[in-house]
Design a protein around this ligand. Structure first.
Ligand code: UD1
Length: 340
């Protein structure tokens, strides 16, 4: 059964391609390689023994999207990762984010509307909840005003899909609201490869530990949490990848209760930044050079998932804890630097 994965060479996309292939799906990837490399294809192929089909083009090119679906008439599901995701950059270049994340979504949905039966999985984010009033966060928590154009593209994206599903019963969709994806495949053949200075905590930690960055800045220790640093729900990317496969299977097997559904994907456990650092130091057996600095604009105090809905309805639960995830991230960082 053929599945299209957009952004399949990216961090979460590549891990999902592996899990799809492990489950016997045939995968076609569309990627523009703007934040990824064809080397990732080799990593995927080494892990699964199968090379997915790769088409390199930009989804903003509408004619190419149309042409793709003319050539591939038997796509049974689409998992849509391709998007820009740097919060700071989105504030500086909002129109780029609306074009990359919204226009491409519309073009894809226009194609799916034409199909007899279409199944669509969307990469959403816990960012839609902002600072939730209650923790852990359930799917019923209200969506708060977005803090950035990036966050807004996730909210608008969800609305576009929901509106489409309302009038198009042949399109079934699930939005997965990711908490904080980290880690790498246990084989260390694929992982996260941020371009330039990492904006996210874990790649910054591993790059500091390997000597690429001098020091990690911890953004704020005066938050109302146990140690004053922010709390997040860090989920192993392989667990997250598996959530996409079960979500897709739910749609393919007609187990969905409505043609548009939303699920949180996290571990259910929150960790502070200092807890992450301590855990990393244990895993890597070395001290991390860090200092406390001021708060970062736009950071919420605490976010972690109530995963009951995904547990019960998808039959999915995260297996890895923080240590496993950090261990895989550290192994990947060491492997990447060795081979450079
Ligand atoms: C960020 C985005 C979120 C996006 C997600 C994608 C912001 C405000 N939020 O989530 O919208 O969906 O990335 O992966 O950018 N931290 C440090 N030092 C660092 C980096 C991070 O102390 O150098 C802290 C942050 O303050 C935060 C935690 O580590 O408390 C996690 O940060 P990060 O990895 O950037 O993820 P989020 O901010 O949760």
């Amino acid at each position: 059964m053929k599945i299209l994965v957009t952004g399949g060479l990216g961090f979460i996309g590549s891990h999902t391609v592996v899990e799809l292939q492990n489950e016997g799906f045939e995968v076609v990837i569309i990627d523009n390689c703007s934040n990824s490399s064809t080397e990732v294809l080799k990593g995927i192929t080494k892990i699964t023994g199968q090379e997915p089909v790769l088409e390199i083009f930009d989804l903003r090119e509408k004619e190419k999207v149309q042409d793709f679906f003319k050539r591939h008439t038997n796509i049974k599901g689409v998992i849509h990762f391709a998007a820009s995701k740097a919060v700071g950059e989105s504030v500086e270049k909002p129109l780029l984010y609306y074009e990359n994340n919204i226009t491409t979504l519309v073009y894809l949905l226009q194609q799916l509307q034409e199909q007899e039966a279409a199944n669509f999985i969307f990469s959403s984010s816990c960012t839609v909840y902002g600072q939730a009033d209650e923790l852990p966060i359930t799917e019923n928590a209200p969506v708060k005003a977005a803090e950035s154009p990036y966050g807004n593209t996730k909210q608008i994206g969800e609305e576009i899909i929901q509106d489409t599903c309302k009038v198009t019963p042949n399109v079934k969709a699930i939005s997965l609201r990711y908490f904080n994806p980290i880690g790498a495949h246990p084989s260390a053949k694929i992982g996260e490869l941020p371009l330039g200075v990492p904006q996210n905590l874990i790649p910054f930690i591993t790059q500091t530990a390997i000597g690429l960055r001098e020091q990690l800045s911890v953004f704020g220790d005066d938050y109302p949490t146990s140690d004053g640093t922010c709390i997040r729900d860090y989920i192993h990317v392989v667990d997250l990848a598996k959530a996409h496969v079960v979500a897709l299977q739910r749609l393919l097997q007609d187990k969905n209760t409505s043609n548009y559904e939303v699920f949180n994907v996290g571990t259910g456990t929150g960790s502070t930044v200092l807890e992450v650092i301590t855990s990393f130091e244990q895993v890597s057996q070395q001290k991390l050079n860090y200092k406390i600095v001021g708060r970062r604009d736009g950071d919420v105090i605490a976010a972690y998932a109530d995963t009951t809905k995904a547990n019960q309805e998808l039959g999915w639960k995260a297996k890895s804890g923080l240590e496993d995830s950090l261990d895989s991230a550290w192994k990947w960082e060491q492997k990447v630097r060795q081979t450079k």
